[in-house]
Design a protein around this ligand. Structure first.
Ligand SMILES: [Zn+2]
Length: 444
């Protein structure tokens, strides 16, 4: 619930302050005044600050950022609206999300982009940034008016949902993006190789008699793209990487100074293709997404990629669908799962609790890194910046219940999972926009 009243000045005291943008990690204090960070430090707070809120045991970090979500407006309001998507986002600890353009119509024109921006601003929960389509209608043929879209505030370009298959179009897109200094955010998939598979091509797909998606569909597009990136020096951020070879190609490209980055979703760190089979022996549509759940080796490679810094962002690819749509059977059901309300706990389950990563590194992947890659405001607790803050209870054990989601949709493979770690307060420009019932605030 949002706080009805909150003081214009307050100090969060005794929390573990983690700001990866400043390599800060320790017990300390965080002073907010008039919507901005007024002071931050480790150790004892200075005297004379009004409204001290003691929060020992919690982590206070920059507001989480998810640069890959589908908010479904316009055209998909039966799955999610900007309102329900933003409510889900702040309940998951996110103060900024970037929405993808595969809407109806696509976000490929200034008029529709500005409309989304205005309505998100009116909702006034988290900040919503727009990633526009790279080609008209996401058809992979004609470039959108990138200059106009950049002027409208678009932060990146993507035909997410589909790859840009034509080499010449892809080159034209990258050359133009280099000129306007915006990153390409590609969905890497050659359909001739993925064969529009409904799950990963492997033993499980063979056993189930389902069309498999060959991982080379992803790998070969990354390989093709990287040649163009080397030539054009365009900033290049691979969406939702899922294959071991893909991760290794980005690792080697980065080593060679190529401006390539990538991201991974929690489900690709926790689940493999074998998990698609439900308790009744049939494949469960809530485990169907693109790219699909891969092999155990791919999962391991993605985890290693986050740990060694090859993969710099954790994103949800939050993709709501109605229960009716998902009940159409595994083959017919649409691709995608929701993730905003489970991302932090699932990322912790994959990366922190097994001992691979510390909180500071995970938070870096959900704040400073995505902010840097897309040039977003936020991702820092630097003095003078707008106070976007997430308070996390790292020890909170809870059960994921899809029926409790703020999102309009319930399509998650994690329903009923026991997890640990939860965002308990989300603060945008100093204002609490989400408070867990366990996190009382003080009122004026
Ligand atoms: Zn995609």
């Amino acid at each position: 619930m949002p706080a009805q009243h909150y003081p214009r000045e307050y100090c969060i005291d005794g929390a573990r302050i983690i700001d990866p943008s400043a390599d800060l990690d320790g017990v300390g204090w965080l002073h907010v005044r008039d919507g901005r960070v007024a002071g931050i430090g480790l150790g004892r707070r200075p005297d004379g600050i009004q409204n001290v809120i003691a929060k020992p045991g919690l982590i206070a970090c920059p507001g989480l950022i998810d640069i890959h979500v589908h908010l479904r407006e316009p055209g998909g309001e039966h799955k999610e609206t900007l309102q329900t998507g933003c409510e889900a986002a702040v309940a998951g600890g996110f103060t900024t999300v970037c929405c993808m353009p595969n809407t109806t119509p696509a976000l490929d024109h200034v008029v529709v982009v500005k409309d989304v921006m205005k309505r998100a601003a009116d909702i006034d929960l988290c900040r919503v940034k727009v990633i526009a389509a790279a080609t008209v209608g996401r058809q992979g043929r004609e470039l959108v008016d990138m200059d106009a879209l950049k002027d409208a505030g678009v932060v990146a370009f993507s035909d997410d949902g589909d790859g840009i298959e034509d080499d010449d179009v892809c080159r034209d897109v990258m050359e133009k993006l280099r000129e306007i200094d915006r990153p390409l955010f590609p969905h890497c998939e050659f359909k001739i190789l993925s064969k529009s598979g409904v799950m990963h091509a492997g033993l499980t797909s063979t056993r189930l008699g389902l069309q498999g998606y060959d991982p080379r569909g992803e790998e070969l597009m990354i390989q093709r793209d990287l040649r163009i990136v080397v030539e054009t020096e365009t900033r290049y951020h691979v969406a939702h990487i899922s294959t071991a070879i893909g991760v290794d190609m980005i690792r080697r490209a980065k080593r060679n100074g190529v401006p390539a980055t990538t991201e991974v979703c929690p489900h690709h760190l926790l689940l493999c293709d074998e998990d698609v089979i439900g308790a009744d022996g049939t494949p469960d549509p809530n485990f169907k997404m693109s790219p699909p759940l891969r092999s155990r080796d791919d999962v391991k490679a993605c985890i290693e990629g986050v740990i060694d810094g090859t993969i710099e962002c954790i994103v949800t690819d939050h993709a709501p669908h109605t229960a009716e749509e998902k009940q159409a059977g595994f083959v017919k059901a649409p691709m995608g799962i929701v993730g905003l309300e489970t991302s932090l706990a699932c990322a912790a389950k994959a990366l922190i609790w097994p001992g691979g990563l510390g909180w500071s590194d995970l938070i870096r992947c959900m704040t400073a890194n995505p902010a840097r890659i897309l040039g977003l405001e936020g991702g820092t607790l630097a003095v003078g910046q707008p106070a976007g803050i997430t308070l996390i209870d790292p020890d909170r054990e809870w059960t994921i219940r899809a029926e409790d989601f703020r999102s309009k949709s319930r399509n998650t493979p994690f329903d009923g999972w026991r997890v640990k770690a939860k965002a308990v307060a989300t603060i945008v420009a100093g204002r609490p926009v989400y408070l867990d019932e366990s996190c009382p605030w003080i009122t004026e």
